[in-house]
Design a protein around this ligand. Structure first.
Ligand code: ZN
Length: 143
């Protein structure tokens, strides 16, 4: 069986200094999975859009800060981007970061429990330079 679900989120990367919005969506994914008749299988999460990504992280302030620092070192905001020269929207770094992180994640589950580590949360990371409405598509497959 395959069941499609969506999670709608509002993300505002401009609300903090790092211009990055990291949202813990673990509980919402769990709710969607337990709301189906599928007991065991996999859930694929995919975010539509080229300036956001999905991953897992230990959702604590120290690591969140380290994670944000890593993006600034590897794809800094204030360097020239051809994308910005071409389109003038100023979010070249957002696109590069999103491509590097990836738009999807697969999480197995058994007896309706996600196979996550104790300190492992599922996160949407929005890298854009303006507030966005985000849609995450869940494809839940199993039996
Ligand atoms: Zn752009």
């Amino acid at each position: 069986m395959v069941i499609s679900k969506t999670i709608q989120l509002h993300a505002d990367p401009t609300a903090n200094q790092q211009q990055m919005c990291i949202i813990d969506i673990t509980h919402q994914v769990e709710q969607q999975v337990t709301g189906t008749d599928i007991n065991s299988g996999i859930v694929t999460l995919f975010v539509a859009g080229s300036t956001a990504g999905i991953s897992t992280i230990e959702f604590e302030s120290g690591l969140l800060s380290d994670f944000q620092g890593m993006w600034e070192r590897n794809a800094p905001k204030n360097i020239p981007y051809d994308h910005n020269r071409r389109w003038g929207d100023g979010n070249g770094h957002s696109h590069v970061r999103a491509s590097l992180l990836g738009a999807s994640l697969v999480v197995p589950f058994n007896d309706k429990r996600l196979s996550l580590g104790t300190w492992q949360q599922i996160v949407l990371v929005d890298f854009d330079n303006r507030p966005r409405s985000r849609q995450i598509v869940l494809q839940i497959m199993g039996e």
